[in-house]
Design a protein around this ligand. Structure first.
Ligand SMILES: [Zn+2]
Length: 463
């Protein structure tokens, strides 16, 4: 199959130029002006004048088909990657979970089973580590060789995912040796548990108390502590979903003294705020996620972090729970509301609209924070994350004028609410290709469950 995308403007993290793009099979075969006259017969031509041709988005933080406190996230690998594709994202890295008391291997095998035959786009896995005994540390080395070179640990959720400082340090030391990357959920879990117990004892059970019991300073403290442990281990560290000024300050200080500390943020921390928890009729529960939404002001600090390069990229932490049936498990207390929210589909449009159109970032930086940086940090570049001869033809023809009014009625995520209900964004995919296959054409779905392949990731590049 040969497909020619003609008359578009190709945008990568570093370049912006008028060019046709020839796809042959699964790869990008040729770039250049006026290829129509040079390449002979093609099977299909896509007209892209007035549009950008960008690398497919990469979302390195998703939780598909994930169990949580008696329920599970509402999107599986089929519905989640399809919704991602409609939004312009053609690769996700999801979090496999080490079972309590079990081996990393068992968790990884389980996630392979969840994804195989279902994923519509390519996918990779990080591995969540709950303890770091001798056997687990040895398993980490094996997983790196199998294309899973990143691990996630938590300083939050005591009794569930939280590890102590000794465990975190051991995992960081191991990662320094085997070339992998430790990703960290940074909040001070034990301190948060004290505040939650206090709030509940005082009858404060509404959703907003989720935010009030997880204040920014407890994220800042955990971010600082984890980075210091990484510095001690001589390892890089990647802070997931950084949300606040306190954590950003800790990150900047560390980078200033030369520590390879990296971080992502997510659209919800840029476009929503703590005020959303005040929505009536328990609707504040829709925004219960950890870390929580922050008071206004933190959002602009995060935009600056993206603009000046202290924040590497924007992922979603997509972890949808239905408002009816899941979120209402916490009607009696915010502490029982499943943590997580949907976001896999609107990410690219939100970042274009609030970033590029609003003048906060340019087109190249948009490509970098939605695709290229994730490909480099998580070992997929240049097969993914850029537009170059020989790269995978994961491509989006992006229409900067296309408007979407976001709504649970029309989105493709399998969840009964949208955190951005009624928000209008301008800038959306017109066509989406996954390894050369046209999978989204306007409103039409042309993809297939099971067409996505596991991406064996290599080592980190760049910073
Ligand atoms: Zn997460």
């Amino acid at each position: 199959m040969r497909i020619l995308i003609k008359n578009g403007t190709v945008a990568t993290a570093s370049e912006l130029f008028k060019s046709d793009v020839l796809i042959e099979g699964e790869k990008i075969a040729l770039l250049g002006a006026d290829l129509v006259s040079k390449v002979g017969e093609v099977d299909r031509t896509i007209e892209a004048s007035g549009k950008f041709v960008i690398p497919g988005g990469i979302d390195p933080h998703t939780h598909l088909d994930m169990p949580f406190g008696g329920t599970k996230s509402a999107d599986d690998f089929e519905t989640g990657t399809r919704a991602a594709a409609f939004g312009g994202t053609t690769c996700v890295v999801d979090f496999a979970i080490q079972p309590a008391g079990g081996a990393l291997r068992a968790g990884l095998d389980e996630w392979h089973r969840k994804a195989e035959g279902k994923a519509c786009t390519d996918y990779g896995f990080h591995m969540i580590v709950r303890e770091a005994g001798k056997e687990t540390l040895a398993e980490m080395d094996l997983l790196v060789k199998e294309g899973v070179p990143s691990f996630k640990l938590f300083t939050a959720y005591p009794g569930v995912f939280m590890v102590d400082d000794a465990t975190l340090l051991r995992a960081l030391q191991r990662s320094a040796g085997n070339g992998s990357l430790i990703c960290l959920h940074a909040e001070n879990g034990p301190a948060i548990d004290v505040l939650v117990a206090e709030a509940v004892a005082n009858g404060h059970t509404a959703p907003k108390w989720h935010a009030l019991t997880r204040p920014p300073r407890l994220e800042g403290e955990a971010t600082h502590r984890a980075i210091v442990l990484a510095e001690q281990a001589g390892a890089p560290i990647y802070i997931v979903h950084l949300t606040c000024k306190e954590a950003l300050t800790a990150l900047r200080e560390a980078r200033g003294r030369g520590v390879p500390a990296m971080a992502e943020t997510c659209p919800q921390y840029l476009f929503l705020s703590q005020e959303n928890y005040e929505e009536p009729n328990f609707e504040g529960a829709k925004y219960v996620m950890s870390p929580p939404l922050r008071p206004k002001g933190h959002d602009e600090a995060l935009w600056q972090g993206l603009r000046f390069g202290d924040l590497e990229l924007v992922s979603t932490d997509h972890c949808p729970f239905n408002f009816k049936g899941d979120k209402d498990l916490g009607k009696s207390s915010f502490a029982k509301i499943p943590n997580g929210a949907p976001g896999i589909e609107p990410r690219m449009s939100l970042m274009w609209d609030g970033g590029v159109r609003a003048g906060r970032i340019d087109v190249n930086r948009f490509v970098e924070i939605t695709s290229t940086a994730a490909a480099k940090i998580f070992g997929m570049f240049p097969a993914k994350g850029t537009i170059a001869v020989g790269s995978d033809a994961d491509l989006v023809v992006f229409d900067p004028e296309k408007e979407i009014r976001w709504s649970a009625k029309t989105h493709h995520m399998r969840v009964d609410y949208n955190p951005y209900e009624n928000r209008v964004t301008r800038g959306a995919p017109a066509q989406v290709f996954s390894r050369g296959n046209l999978i989204v054409d306007g409103e039409k779905w042309l993809g297939k469950a099971g067409a996505g392949k596991f991406v064996r990731r290599g080592s980190r590049q760049g910073k």
